[in-house]
Design a protein around this ligand. Structure first.
Ligand code: W6P
Length: 429
């Protein structure tokens, strides 16, 4: 406690400690290492790793917050998020000199982790609000737009990693030890991919039925290159996979329902799950009419999937992400977090294929984490360098680096937007 007060009381000291920790790179772990750790390490070993690694990861991303455009940094919501990071950093560095050789230390650490996790629970919504505050008060230029996309991807990826570390420690050593199961913390060493896929489909379908009174069926195909497999199992975090697939099913269902409004029967959604030597590939195909190639990128942009703020006085607007539509960019981060990916291929006029790639081998599923360094600083200072290809825009239009004008982008957002479709809660009621 004394150290906390001293750190917060003495700003220059805090900044020095922050500078110190930000010089270290985060240490990415593979799923295999998480599992080995979970099976072999004792609570103290986990404590000794985290008491340094968590401040390092926090310091790295805090350095980037301080590089955001000034006026964005000073939006009330962004300042609030920043203050959560300062507080959590201060809370965690108090353990730097703690031995962790007695139960009391270790329990206090667990309690601190719980508090940190809870403090940061609404970072995504609060940043979305900050971005809207900025849009309403200042507007954006292209450089700012690019910086925000770049920053939010890194902030949310850093957050996924920090929460993964906290979850593993809490689930393995915390107070609420769960009943014996084959899970190692949040990891299922034999995660049944089709099982998770069916859960995600069922829950998306429930929302779809509520809103549209009907829903497309699901057809599943499995393949492992030779024999027809009964199950495809892999080492993975089921909650991450569920998050990704639930989002994709919601999008596909909406596309199908809105493309075939008067139809008696809606074309099924087709899921293909394949196991290869390197990748587990999941393809979700819909015949929902597709979208133009020029618009697929927009679905992954935070700025253009930021819907008008839900009225916070309306008690019916309760689901945390409802109306923000951050589902796809976040799902892509979950896929990339362990070196996978999420890509959308659309055949305009027919339908869309969403591809999810996951590493089949737990030893190759390494965390992908943002690193703060000189290149990062350069990016925020200079933005994306001037385009060195001709633009598809006429010289009279107001094109930007990505080849579409801000106006075109905005009318897409305000028009029927596939992405918000079945965002849980408000969008459906
Ligand atoms: C669409 C748009 C989309 C986004 C994500 C996943 C599936 C689909 N289908 O038409």
């Amino acid at each position: 406690m004394r150290l906390t007060r001293r750190l917060l009381g003495d700003v220059s000291k805090t900044l020095k400690v922050l500078d110190f920790f930000s010089q270290y790179n985060p240490s990415p772990l593979s799923i295999k290492q998480f599992i080995d750790f979970g099976q072999n390490a004792c609570e103290r070993k986990s404590f000794l790793f985290l008491r340094k690694e968590l401040p390092v990861r926090l310091a790295n991303i805090m350095k980037e917050i301080s590089l955001l455009p000034e006026n964005l940094q000073h939006m009330p919501s962004v300042e609030m998020v920043q203050s959560w990071y300062v507080q959590s950093f201060a809370d965690l560095v108090t353990f730097v000199k703690v031995e962790g050789d007695n139960e009391d230390d270790l329990n206090r650490f667990c309690e601190t982790l719980d508090r940190v996790k809870d403090r940061h629970r609404s970072v995504v919504e609060t940043m979305a609000q900050g971005v809207m505050e900025m849009r309403d008060s200042h507007g954006f230029d292209n450089t700012t737009e690019n910086s925000i996309q770049y920053f939010l991807d890194r902030l949310y990826m850093s957050r996924i990693g920090i929460r993964m570390l906290i979850n593993q420690h809490s689930l393995l050593f915390g107070k609420n030890i769960v009943s014996p199961s084959k899970h190692i913390g949040s990891i299922d060493p034999s995660c049944n991919v089709v099982g998770v896929l069916k859960d995600a489909y069922d829950n998306a379908r429930f929302l779809c039925d509520q809103y549209y009174m009907d829903s497309p069926d699901l057809e599943i195909n499995m393949n492992n290159g030779s024999t027809l497999p009964q199950v495809i199992e892999m080492c993975y975090v089921p909650s991450h996979l569920y998050h990704i697939l639930f989002e994709l099913f919601k999008n596909s269902m909406r596309a199908v329902m809105e493309c075939h409004v008067d139809a008696e029967n809606h074309p099924s959604i087709k899921a293909t799950v394949c196991l290869g030597t390197e990748d587990v590939t999941i393809k979700i195909s819909d015949a929902g009419g597709g979208i133009p190639r020029s618009r697929t990128d927009l679905l992954f942009q935070y700025l253009y999937s930021t819907a008008p703020r839900p009225d916070s006085s309306d008690v019916n607007v309760s689901a945390p992400l409802a109306g923000y539509g951050y589902g796809l960019p976040l799902s892509r981060l979950y896929a990339r977090y362990f070196q996978g990916d999420l890509q959308l291929y659309s055949s305009e006029g027919y339908g869309s294929d969403a591809m999810v790639y996951l590493k089949a081998l737990s030893s190759e599923a390494n965390e992908l984490l943002p690193v703060f360094n000189k290149t990062t600083t350069k990016f925020y200072k200079q933005g994306i360098t001037m385009s060195d290809w001709t633009s598809s825009q006429s010289v009279y239009s107001n094109g930007n680096a990505r080849g579409f004008s801000a106006q075109a982008v905005r009318s897409y957002r305000t028009g029927p937007c596939r992405q918000h479709c079945l965002t849980a809660g408000a969008a459906l009621v």
